[in-house]
Ligand binder design. Structure first.
Ligand SMILES: [Zn+2]
Length: 92
């Protein structure tokens, strides 16, 4: 059994998605909560990133540049941090 980080219900491991990077090999939130999260993510428009990246998905950019998708997301996140910092300082 494992306790979900979102709904705090104890559920069998099978109720949690696989995640090779986590310590126990399972996601912290159960499948139901993950599904809920993904729905909210898509509904907010955050998942629709194609426009912001010139119509290319992270996966497509990663493939063309020969980088991993997570590296592209890291680069994007750090670029956004720099832009926010610049805007916060009154840069335009
Ligand atoms: Zn849950």
């Amino acid at each position: 059994m494992k306790t979900c980080s979102k709904c705090h219900d104890a559920k069998p491991l099978a109720c949690f998605g696989l995640q090779s990077t986590s310590a126990c090999g399972r996601r912290a939130a159960c499948r139901l909560c993950e599904a809920e999260r993904m729905r909210g993510y898509r509904a907010s428009g955050a998942g629709v990133n194609a426009k912001g990246t010139g119509g290319l998905s992270h996966r497509e950019i990663a493939r063309r540049l020969g980088m991993s998708k997570s590296r592209i997301q890291q680069l994007e996140a750090s670029a956004m941090r720099k832009l926010r910092a610049a805007l916060a300082e009154g840069w335009r």
